[in-house]
Design a binder for this molecule. Sequence first.
Ligand code: SAM
Length: 271
Amino acid sequence: MSTNTQHDQDTPQEAVLASSNPEQASHKTDFGFSQVDASQKADMVADVFHSVAAKYDVMNDLMSMGVHRLWKRYTIDCSGVRAGQKVLDLAGGTGDLAAKFSRIVGNKGQVILADINHSMLNVGKEKLLNMGILGNLHYVQANAEALPFPDNHFDLITIAFGLRNVTDKSKALASMYRVLKPGGRLLVLEFSKPTTQALSKVYDAYSFYLLPQMGKLVANDSESYRYLAESIRMHPDQDTLEQMMKDVGFEQTSYTNLTGGIVALHRGFKF
Ligand code: SAM
């Protein structure tokens, strides 16, 4: 595939980033609980992930008390992925899912770890190389809203804890639909809405008070972790996200609540 050879170099390429969308320049969007010009959100999100990249994995384990590993394991179990297939792990960050997929698809398969943020990609690349994972895994810096891949290309696309950071989520879902093969599957793993009031209250207390404190202590960065908590609350709930997937063409959509809806795994197919 031409995009691989073009982008799979030591330093992820800036050139594949989508140019700014004139439509986005004219309206406001959320950045956590703040309203910002839509054209500025990607840069503000980029600042967050440049800032957290080095401590991302350790903070993930701390913040979720390791449970993010179970959510990711469940995602892999639901992927149906087989040897020889092509997988896109979008907003793949430090590569937890990509690492697992690389082992499953084997030498005849291919995994693309794509992310808009070069700091996250670089941390991921170093980690996966240290794990001995190379050969069938390629790194591409790309915006989910404008994926630089051919139509009908991937058997599976995963986006884990990435979609809520994207400025135009419908545009990103449509882009994923375009590059998925007929018969292919999209899995969206994302924070969602807790299913009970009691859990919501505990979760609010945890994410708005403890999380920024942990961010300050471990990563010396409370603001980024405040954004993460706010962005979770602003993300569409389970039914809204499922409808957004249907609206861009996904079929047989469904979702599973994990940990009482703190996280949900959405599925959709392209036929
Ligand atoms: N998927 C990884 C995981 O589950 O550990 C990383 C998730 S991290 C919370 C979110 C990632 O989304 C970051 O690496 C960030 O750079 C990426 N991201 C944010 N906006 C994006 C966009 N528009 N296109 C692609 N990636 C994006």
